[in-house]
Design a binder for this molecule. Sequence first.
Ligand code: MN
Length: 240
Amino acid sequence: MTTLFISDLHLEAERPDIGDQFIKFLEDDASEAEALYILGDLFEAWVGDDDQNNYYFVIKRALRRLFDSGVPIYFMHGNRDFMVGKQFANETGVIILAEPYAINMYGEKALLCHGDVMCTDDVQYQKIRKMTRDPDWQASMLAKPLKERLRMAEEARRQSLERTINLDMNIMDVNEDEVKKIMSKYGVDVLLHGHTHRPAVHDVDLGNRKAKRVVLGDWHKQGSVVRWDLRGPKLEVLPR
Ligand code: MN
C-alpha cells in the first residue's frame, strides 16, 4: 500500500490547469492510495468557508468523491489557506491536522508540517504568521463581510509579493538549526514539508543518527508528490 503527500498547489480560478491536474490526480493516483495528506497551501487564498464560488465547489466535490470512495484525506493549514475551517471539513470529509503532526509510516517515524514555521530567518514573516494564526485575529477577520475579506486577501498577496521580491532567497528557506531542533524534539527519522517550493531530499545529521528531510514541490508548472510505501518515501514529479 502507498500513502500520498502533496502541498503547495496554490489552486485558484485563474489557473484552471492546476485544478484540472489536481482533480485527475484525485481520480487516478489518490483513488488507489491508502490515504492522502495535503500539507498546506492547497489554495492560493482562503478567506473563509463561506466563500462559496463555483470553482471551489468543483474542487470540494472532487475531494468529497475521493473521501466517499473510502480514501481518508488529511489536511494541514499552509500560510495561504490557514482559514480553512470546520465547514470545509464537513463538506469534503477531510480531517484537519494540527501542525506539526507526528505519524508512523510503515515503521518509520515521520513529522509532517507545512514548513513555514521553520523559516525563522525571516523575522518579519514570523510576526505575520503569529498574528494570522491567532484565533482572536481570525474571528475578527471572519466577522467582516466576505467582499471586504476578499479585498484584504488581494492586498495581502500584493504586499507579500512586493516584500519577497527583495528578500535574499536563503532567508526564505528553512533554518537548519530549527530543522534539527524539531526533529530531535519529536525523535523522528523523516521530516516532510512543503512551503519553500524547493523539492529535494536532504540528509540531516542529528549527531547520534542520520535522518532525512523531504521537501515537496509546488504545482506551478507541474505536480509534485511523495509516494510512501514499505520501501520509504519517494519524491516524484507529476508531468502536466
Ligand atoms: Mn506556504
